[in-house]
Write a protein that binds this ligand. Structure first.
Ligand SMILES: Nc1ncnc2c1ncn2[C@@H]1O[C@H](COP(=O)(O)OP(=O)(O)OP(=O)(O)O)[C@@H](O)[C@H]1O
Ligand SMILES: [Mg+2]
Length: 398
């Protein structure tokens, strides 16, 4: 029996027209790939919500490589979608394990990271799955997940995968899956996208061919001239540090990023604190008040926005304008030992694609492509501005 719902705004017209025909598609593998901002994740969330409302006996699994990154991606997107659709009253959200229950029909959504192998093994009775940023997963992880979806269910079983086609050598590009539907979209398919973001994507044409191909045109590509090796990921950081500093990159249409850097014995332990679009300065100050414990710690800020720095100073933060020298800053970072955590999702993602600009004739410049670089800029502001002389000092002392 279908549950009866309060008046809500979740109907066909809320679904982007380019995806509408797939709402009831029953392929086992539903692959949504393409350029940035094409509405892939949003539609995946809508399809899951649709099934949670109008089908029964569901236990839908949200998966990403790292469990802790689900909170700020799939889980928060579903929460926002449900609340924007006026459906919050019929759902129960449990923040502790990132689960969502439809109170009227008991359908549930649960979350697990590939990094939580024990939990993954213990999960039974799954009826469908959404893998976000599926390119993060190794093929063997996918095979294991696929095996979990084999029991008898009253509705069709589906694995939705959403991702950008960042590497033409990826198994997702080279594996044929039976009973699959692949849909490629780009920002041009998404009428809900901000003009400013459209400008950013169009401008990639002048920045770097490969980036433009992948993020604007949604074609499988291979990024070359990657600047950094991925940071070493630590599950646990030390307890005590010599010093704590912060780096802050301002954005509005682009994300604002705040990175905390704890320093111990010349090594840097990073923590992504804020990464969000459309943050006004007062919203940013609120968030900083919540996340920065010690207001005397130094914060090195994007020097392009002196007025915003002034406002933060008035709010009591120990802010400094960062050095803008990009090339030297990058070279400095390359020579340092920098650690990251699994949950630093944007920092870890940016580092994989951050590359030197290459023009159509193959000339490589010694400046990076200005795209997906906000957490890394914040990190560079802090480290280069505050610590650049330390190696020299160490050498001089010897
Ligand atoms: N049907 C919709 N209604 C309202 N807003 C939408 C809709 N579809 C997409 N959007 C908005 O468009 C923007 C981009 O969508 P989304 O994040 O789903 O894109 P994406 O393809 O997953 O991007 P990426 O490749 O960067 O992960 C978001 O701000 C989202 O809220
Ligand atoms: Mg997405």
């Amino acid at each position: 029996m279908e549950a009866s719902y309060p008046r809500n705004k979740f109907d066909d017209s809320s679904i982007n027209i380019c995806y509408r025909k797939y709402l009831e598609n029953e392929s086992r593998y539903f692959i949504l790939y393409g350029g940035a901002g094409s509405g892939k994740s949003y539609f995946a969330a809508q399809k899951i919500l649709f099934r949670m409302l109008y089908e029964n006996h569901h236990k839908i699994l949200l998966i990403r490589k790292v469990a802790k990154t689900i909170r700020n991606s799939q889980f928060s997107l579903l929460k926002t979608l449900i609340s924007d659709s006026n459906l919050s009253s019929i759902f129960r959200f449990r923040e502790s394990d990132l689960s969502i229950t439809n109170k009227l029909n008991s359908n549930t959504i649960i979350s697990v990271g590939v990094d939580d192998r024990e939990k993954l093994k213990s999960i039974h009775g799954i009826t469908s799955i959404w893998i976000e940023e599926a390119t993060e997963l190794a093929k063997k992880d996918f095979v294991q997940i696929d095996l979990r979806l084999r029991n008898r269910t009253s509705n069709y079983k589906q694995i939705i995968m959403t991702f950008n086609p960042v590497d033409a050598n990826h198994w997702l590009h080279n594996t044929h899956l039976n009973n699959s539907l692949t849909v490629k979209t780009t920002f041009k398919d998404n009428p809900y996208l901000d003009n400013s973001y459209i400008d950013v994507l169009n401008n990639l044409k002048n920045e770097d061919k490969e980036y433009y191909d992948i993020y604007a045109l949604g074609n499988w590509g291979t990024l070359k001239n990657i600047i950094f090796k991925p940071f070493e990921i630590l599950q646990k950081y030390p307890v005590h540090y010599d010093e704590t500093i912060y780096g802050l990159d301002f954005g509005y249409n682009n994300p604002t990023a705040l990175i905390k850097v704890k320093i111990k014995d010349g090594c840097y332990y990073t923590e992504e604190l804020i990464y969000g679009n459309k943050l006004t300065n007062s919203e940013l100050i609120n968030l900083m008040n919540k996340t920065i414990k010690n207001k005397t710690d130094m914060i090195f800020c994007d020097p392009a926005e002196p007025d915003r720095i002034k406002e933060l100073e008035t709010a009591g933060f120990n802010v400094h304008s960062a050095l803008k020298n990009v090339k030297d800053g990058i070279d400095f970072l390359k020579s340092q030992k920098i650690f990251s955590k699994p949950e630093n999702q944007n920092l870890n993602k940016e580092v994989l694609s951050y590359s030197y600009k290459t023009d159509r004739n193959g000339n490589i410049y010694d400046e990076p492509v200005k795209f997906n670089d906000h957490a890394l800029d914040a990190l560079r502001y802090a480290l280069y501005t505050h610590c650049r002389d330390r190696n020299e000092m160490r050498i001089r002392r010897i």
